[in-house]
Design a protein around this ligand. Structure first.
Ligand SMILES: NC(=O)c1ccc[n+]([C@@H]2O[C@H](COP(=O)([O-])OP(=O)(O)OC[C@H]3O[C@@H](n4cnc5c(N)ncnc54)[C@H](OP(=O)(O)O)[C@@H]3O)[C@@H](O)[C@H]2O)c1
Length: 383
């Protein structure tokens, strides 16, 4: 049957595309190759050296791969804030040519006072065709405009893939949802304390979607290798919904600690109201969220910082003292993800075009926690 599709599973990732063996000898550039997105894209394409014969990794620092870079990959140290001529000269000198460019470079600007990085995420576009939200500048829009005009001029194709909070383990990502969870569980376990859920019942029950970096990589490979997907913009997520309420007891069990559900006593919560009235959807009241404590404040406590340092010495961890980390940035991203309401980046468009990738986000978080432990950034799970 002509409309039959064959899919495969790799570990916890299911419904992945099977490509014809005739598709081989492709070359790629991955920018931001040591970041949370680029690192997994590299791992996805490096697995198939027949299909991807050469991968150039462009970033200032090399990708952190425990056993070194794969044979079909080469790191070229480049600072993209240098003059374009300087960058072009290095690429020419190294003979870089590629069929595909996966662009993941990212510089984190400090969020405005009171404006959490993703605090309005639940009000963002949920379908790829939704109109732009112009309540404030959004750095994605000029990037898209530039990409589209460049591709038109050069007569080349493009894709834009839009993830939710990304699940991945790298030493230094601007936004990393899982790392603070690993620190929180390890320290609470060490202190013999429970994993309290920081937010209210609404946040506990709300269905969200998360985006495992490995699955994003598989999908982005599918997008560039699928003719029907050319010049299309896609949501990119795990293909299933996720609730913190479902995750939290599992999380506590992995670490062998007790847990606390959200409190039913309204007086324990601090309420925050989102910034825009009306909100980005254009009607209705602003969102209201409630938290009991924030991981940002938890991580600033003396007893927590002391416990983390003792764990660091015990397990030979590499991240250093908590008080030397950018606690507001690192823990604030996870606080923003715990707070909030439903976020469903529908996968309808990609599914209709033949993308069937899926991973249980609970499994993905557990795998990523294990990878952080392998990188010596957190203790082994349960320690
Ligand atoms: N992380 C998330 O949860 C998340 C969620 C939704 C969307 N996104 C989006 O995903 C995209 C990729 O972000 P990410 O989270 O993967 O970023 P990331 O983990 O912070 O990685 C950023 C990459 O950019 C490179 N870079 C930074 N400054 C550079 C420079 N001057 N020259 C060359 N390379 C430079 C970094 O390497 P060096 O510092 O070594 O150069 C690093 O490889 C962004 O558009 C982001 O908004 C991320």
């Amino acid at each position: 049957m002509s409309n039959q599709q064959v899919v495969q599973s790799k570990g916890i990732y299911h419904g992945l595309t099977v490509y014809p063996s005739s598709l081989k000898g492709l070359t790629a550039i991955i920018t931001g190759a040591n970041g949370i997105s680029g690192n997994y894209m590299l791992r996805v394409v490096a697995r198939d050296p027949e299909r991807w014969s050469k991968i150039y990794c462009l970033s200032r620092r090399p990708p952190a791969i425990p056993n070194g870079l794969p044979k079909n990959a080469q790191h070229i140290a480049l600072d993209f804030l240098k003059e374009p001529d300087e960058i072009a000269a290095v690429l020419k000198e190294k003979g870089v040519k590629a069929d595909y460019v996966f662009f993941y470079s990212y510089v984190q600007a400090k969020p405005k006072e009171g404006g959490g990085l993703w605090s309005d995420a639940e009000e963002m576009c949920k379908e790829e065709t939704a109109p732009r939200v112009t309540l404030e500048p959004n750095f994605y829009y000029p990037q898209e405009d530039f990409l589209w005009s460049f591709c038109k001029q050069q007569n080349i194709d493009w894709n834009v893939c839009m993830p939710s909070g990304i699940l991945g383990a790298v030493p230094d990502a601007a936004m990393n949802l899982v790392f603070p969870l690993g620190v929180y569980a390890s320290v609470q376990n060490y202190l013999g304390e429970k994993l309290a859920f920081p937010c209210d019942l609404h946040s506990w029950e709300a269905t969200r979607c998360l985006s495992s970096s490995m699955l994003n990589g598989y999908m982005e490979e599918w997008a560039v290798l699928n003719e029907a997907a050319r010049n299309e913009k896609f949501n990119t997520m795990d293909g299933t919904t996720f609730t913190w309420g479902n995750f939290w007891p599992k999380f506590a069990a992995w670490y062998g600690v007790g847990y606390e559900r959200p409190s039913m006593d309204g007086s324990v919560y601090t309420e925050v109201t989102t910034r825009f009235d009306p909100p980005p959807r254009g009607f209705g009241p602003p969102g209201k969220y409630r938290y009991r404590f924030r991981l940002v404040d938890w991580a600033k406590q003396d007893k927590v910082q002391k416990a983390w340092w003792e764990l660091t010495l015990k397990h030979g961890l590499k991240g250093g003292k908590l008080q030397d980390m950018d606690i507001d940035r690192i823990f604030g991203f996870t606080d923003g993800s715990l707070l909030g309401s439903t976020l469903d980046l529908t996968m309808n468009k990609a599914r209709k075009m033949g993308w069937h990738g899926f991973v249980d986000s609970n499994d993905a978080i557990r795998e990523v926690l294990g990878e952080f432990a392998d990188l010596k950034m957190i203790p082994p799970i349960g320690n």
